[in-house]
Design a protein around this ligand. Structure first.
Ligand SMILES: C[S@@+](CC[C@H](N)C(=O)[O-])C[C@H]1O[C@@H](n2cnc3c(N)ncnc32)[C@H](O)[C@@H]1O
Length: 184
């Protein structure tokens, strides 16, 4: 049997309507959104484990997994139709480095040093959601308006921040969070 390797955009367009994956604005500018997801992939060190929280229809997690075979990606999504699509995408795209956690991230029971999350929650909420699943020092990749700054006090963490422009309104933000009192 001849196996045709499908591309992600084809899959998204085939299922987006029926499975409520993305809004019309994202579908209209798909290439822009897929390119933004590639920028997350470029920021990851060799061989890390990444948890993509609230993967939705696969941004940025599926694109990261496709771009970075050395990185193990867990796609976490609690909405079951979206999680089913993520499973299908992992299989059809042949992503041996990706798996799907179809549930609430609060029930995810592994420890992961790198987290990505796009359009999921504000920063304090996000930190609270993943706090049980991260080591003392961990990294978060997310998209924020370029006018955004992190809160001065983020729970029990010291925060280092790097940012780069994704477009004229949004930055890709890479936060390194170190629990106060933890050895560096
Ligand atoms: C606005 S969508 C963004 C999806 C995708 N990251 C993107 O940028 O297109 C937010 C997604 O996060 C999921 N989500 C929100 N809270 C979650 C949680 N606690 N655990 C797992 N998934 C969650 C929602 O079900 C939804 O699919």
């Amino acid at each position: 049997v001849f196996h045709v390797k499908q591309n992600f955009e084809t899959l998204v367009r085939a299922y987006a309507g029926a499975l409520d994956l993305f809004g019309p604005a994202v579908l209209k500018d798909w290439a822009v959104h897929e390119n933004a997801a590639r920028r997350y992939a470029e920021r990851l060190p060799e061989g890390v484990r990444l948890l993509d929280v609230g993967s939705g229809g696969g941004l940025p997690g599926v694109v990261i997994a496709a771009e970075r075979p050395d990185v193990h990606v867990v796609l976490c999504e609690r909405r079951q139709r979206r999680a089913a699509f993520l499973r299908l995408a992992v299989a059809r795209l042949g992503l041996g480095n990706a798996e799907v956690f179809a549930g609430d991230v609060r029930d995810f029971r592994e420890c992961v040093g790198w987290i990505s999350a796009q359009a999921v929650a504000d920063l304090p909420t996000l930190v609270a959601l993943v706090q049980h699943a991260v080591p003392d020092r961990w990294h978060l990749l997310t998209r924020r308006p370029n006018t955004w700054y992190p809160p001065g006090d983020l729970m029990n963490y010291d925060v280092e921040l790097e940012r780069e422009a994704l477009d004229d309104r949004h930055d890709l933000v890479v936060l390194t969070l170190t629990a106060r009192g933890a050895a560096r």
